[in-house]
Ligand binder design. Structure first.
Ligand code: NAD
Ligand code: ZN
Length: 342
């Protein structure tokens, strides 16, 4: 089969022919129909500091996909040939302290699809049954492939209620844009999106942002205070992984408010803990992955009902062989989500 493989410990990847993985007793063989590229895949291509310390080549990359079940192991009970599936990318052990307490997203023996386990940017994929998600028939393939990052946004937005609240979204990459649609659909009264990328700010407006601000053009703090009767925002959702943006969020959050942080920072961050957290009595949520599988049920409901329409975010679609074009657009920030026909 054809697969995009990180073959060497240097920059780059290759589209090559590799054998299909063996099917274990509780495994499922999936023919991938459509996949999407995540920032993680670009990190692996670019062989960044994180990737060098995390991944051992050779590895088939990718973790966002939709496909059809083609074969099942003898002990598979809940999935059948012909089912249209996607998968939770956090492959948990089910046995550790965290898994047994309902926190499988931070499993002690976690394997990440496309990082520790051969991934989805390939014609076929073998996965254990327990990570599979059967897709709602009302969700088209182009939406089904991005349910995994949509779930990141679900957990970030919904760590607490946003209805009738003022919300600041920092970073309008694909996940911040999903969050904009989710916050709007969940009844947020004012949604302010901040990103230095005007292309993405324009998409945020289509997803329901009331205000789209470019922090490189203007100081966003007075604008946010003005828009909130000098109260500051009730909710900050951090999707930029930028320390300066995080500080802007902490400065403009109203005392007693909450912040959810999904963005990943290159270095240790600096915040004024006394002034901006303790004396403001704010609540901070660290978000990793998605709650398995409650976030998938919420994602599925938002998409199958049409409450959130993510089409403005799906800006590019290429054949698998053109994956490098998609990655280039992502590096340049000239896209929303890039999907690949496999
Ligand atoms: P992305 O890189 O596409 O988007 C980040 C956006 O932040 C970009 O549009 C960028 O222009 C913007 N940005 C940069 N500096 C900014 C600033 N000062 N103020 C406002 N915006 C700024 O990423 P994505 O795929 O949408 O993911 C969002 C973040 O979440 C990334 O940091 C990613 O690494 C992280 N992530 C975390 C998890 C997790 O499990 N915690 C999972 C997936 C992604
Ligand atoms: Zn575990």
């Amino acid at each position: 089969m054809k697969a995009i493989v990180k073959t060497k410990r240097t920059k780059g990847m290759e589209l090559i022919n590799v054998p299909i993985a063996q099917l274990g007793l509780r495994d499922v063989l999936i023919k991938v129909t459509l996949a999407s590229i995540c920032g993680t895949d670009v990190h692996i291509y670019d062989w960044t500091h994180w990737a060098r310390n995390r991944l051992t080549p050779p590895r088939i990359i990718g973790h966002e996909f939709v496909g059809i079940v083609e074969d099942i192991g003898n002990e598979v009970t809940h999935v059948k040939i012909g089912d249209r599936v996607s998968a939770e990318s956090h492959i948990s052990c089910g046995h550790c302290y965290q898994c047994r307490n309902g926190y499988s997203e931070v499993c002690r023996n976690l394997k990440l699809l496309g990082v520790d386990y051969d991934g989805a940017l390939s014609e076929y994929l073998v996965l254990p049954e327990h990570v599979l998600w059967k897709n709602d028939p009302n969700i088209p393939d182009k939406w089904a492939t991005m349910q995994e990052p949509f779930g990141n946004a679900i957990d970030t937005v919904m760590a607490e209620d946003v209805s009738a609240k003022t919300v600041l979204i920092l970073g309008a990459g694909p996940i911040g844009l999903f969050a904009t649609g989710i916050a709007r659909a969940s009844g947020a009264s004012l949604i302010i999106v901040s990103d230095p990328n005007n292309y993405r700010l324009a998409i945020s407006k289509k997803m329901g942002a009331h205000m789209a601000l470019n922090p490189q053009k203007k100081d966003i703090t007075p604008l946010i205070l003005e828009a909130t009767n000098n109260n500051g925002v009730d909710v900050v959702l951090e999707f930029s992984g930028n320390n300066q943006a995080l500080n802007q969020g902490l400065q403009t959050i109203t005392p007693g408010g909450r912040i959810s942080i999904l963005g990943i920072y290159e270095k240790r961050v600096s915040i004024d803990l006394n002034k901006e957290v303790i004396f403001k009595k704010i609540r901070i949520y660290g978000i990793t992955g998605r709650k398995v599988f409650s976030s998938w049920y919420k994602t599925s409901s938002f998409l199958s009902s049409g409450i959130v329409n993510p089409d403005p975010i799906l800006t590019h679609r290429f054949p698998l062989k053109n994956y490098e074009r998609g990655m280039k657009l992502m590096r340049e920030g000239k896209c929303g989500k890039v999907i690949l026909d496999v």
